[in-house]
Ligand binder design. Structure first.
Ligand SMILES: Cc1cc2nc3c(=O)[nH]c(=O)nc-3n(C[C@H](O)[C@H](O)[C@H](O)COP(=O)(O)O)c2cc1C
Length: 391
């Protein structure tokens, strides 16, 4: 995870839904990444998972009422940097929307004025009631709460519908989002990620080993800082980031087409995908038969970055360069030749390593970046971009 999150204070409110058990993993993950967690439970929720479990996982006492502190609602509300209620029952959601304070959890929400994240989880019919929809709208409009959309699937009650608690990964991402400043608010960011594939026949292709991890890390962190992000991705092994528009493509030509279509409305474009330089000149419609030898003729693919540089209007254009020698000189030459605003140069030794070391090259200077993970490096790169594109 990213060092910037260490010591941030996360208050988690738990209410009486069947999905309570999923929060155990969330608390564990936050704690492991160095965040401080306090858990606040409604009386009904303690029937699903014992407070003792959350006490052990969070390393803090669990609050269910005022028995240990008559000002617990004020103290918890002032302590928290962010407040997530998950799972949030329809009952508690409606009470919060109508400003009721009939237990410690709802009273703490009343006393709190920081970022509020609500993850409703319930039977799909319960959630689709008109009164409940109205309450959700009011939480978003009047309370500026983020109501995290439940997922669709088989619910615990054995019915299919939209009502499942989002994955721990999604909840975690929203928590981080709520803790970050928003210098990219109102900005549109386009990131490309992964590797393109150039098919020789219906089953074989030429490609490269890009996992998509760095592209997705840039996408996630740009969203954390407030941007509206679209990612155009070739093939990838990394998990795609939650809550962003993911457009999947196969070949370099498809990537060029998608990126060019989106380009005019973007403020920032970050080309991180590993695009194949060549494609087979002819693509066989049927599987190529085994022979003694095979010669494949290749044709040069379009240079997407160069094209974007040529067609640039007000966009801030960022490229990546993987170099084996004369890293800084070669990367700067590429930046100037392709009319980029910034380039990130990575040594070939960076491939496959967990730690990150690279250079950001600006128009008139350069900066070495070291970080314990690609996610952390991506955040630094996005912060620099945000600074350079600030009004
Ligand atoms: C087994 C069981 C599962 C329940 N699951 C949910 C649920 O997933 N979502 C929900 O909104 N209510 C659910 N309920 C209903 C709530 O528990 C009930 O409305 C309760 O009053 C909520 O109290 P609280 O909001 O103070 O925690 C469930 C009830 C039971 C008995």
């Amino acid at each position: 995870m990213v060092p910037e999150l260490k010591g941030k204070k996360v208050l988690i409110g738990i209410t009486g839904g069947i999905a309570v058990y999923k929060i155990c993993d969330l608390v564990r993950r936050l704690k492991k990444d160095g965040l401080e967690v306090k858990v606040l439970m409604t009386e009904f929720s303690t029937r699903f998972v014992s407070p003792m479990t959350f006490e052990v996982l969070s390393g803090n006492p669990v609050f269910t009422d005022w028995s240990n502190d008559p000002l617990a609602h004020i103290h918890l509300a002032r302590w928290a940097d962010t407040f997530l209620i998950a799972p949030c029952t329809v009952n508690t959601l409606s009470k919060i929307a109508t400003a009721q304070g009939d237990n410690l959890l709802t009273t703490t929400v009343l006393a709190y004025d920081g970022p509020l994240l609500i993850a409703p989880a319930a039977n799909h019919v319960m959630l689709s009631q008109k009164a409940v929809r109205k309450n959700i709208d009011s939480l978003i409009k009047d309370r500026s709460a983020v109501v995290i959309k439940p997922e669709e699937g088989l619910l615990a009650c054995d019915e299919e519908g939209e009502g499942k608690l989002p994955s721990v990964e999604r909840l975690y991402d929203w928590i981080v989002w709520s803790l970050m400043p928003k210098p990219l608010e109102g900005k549109k960011v386009l990131v490309t990620a992964g590797a393109t594939r150039e098919y020789l026949d219906p089953v074989r292709f030429i490609s490269n080993d890009s996992s998509g991890e760095m592209g997705f890390a840039l996408t996630r962190t740009a969203r954390w800082l407030g941007a509206e992000v679209t990612v155009v991705a070739g093939s990838f092994r990394a998990d795609p980031p939650p809550e962003v528009d993911l457009i999947e493509v196969v070949s370099a030509s498809q990537m060029l087409e998608k990126v060019l279509a989106l380009y005019p409305e973007q403020d920032i474009v970050i080309m991180n995908s590993a695009v194949a330089d060549f494609r087979p000149t002819d693509r066989s419609a049927s599987k190529i038969k085994k022979e003694e030898s095979l010669t494949i003729k290749l044709t040069r693919n379009p240079d997407i970055l160069e094209r974007l540089g040529r067609e640039k209007k007000n966009q801030f254009l960022v490229g990546f360069a993987l170099e084996t020698e004369n890293i800084l000189e070669n990367a700067r030459e590429k930046m100037e030749r392709k009319n980029l605003d910034m380039i990130v140069a990575n040594p070939a030794s960076a491939i496959g390593s967990r730690d990150y070391r690279g250079w950001i090259i600006y128009k008139d200077s350069e900066e070495e970046i070291t970080a314990p993970s690609k996610l952390s490096a991506a955040l630094k790169i996005i912060e620099r971009i945000a600074r350079l594109t600030a009004p």
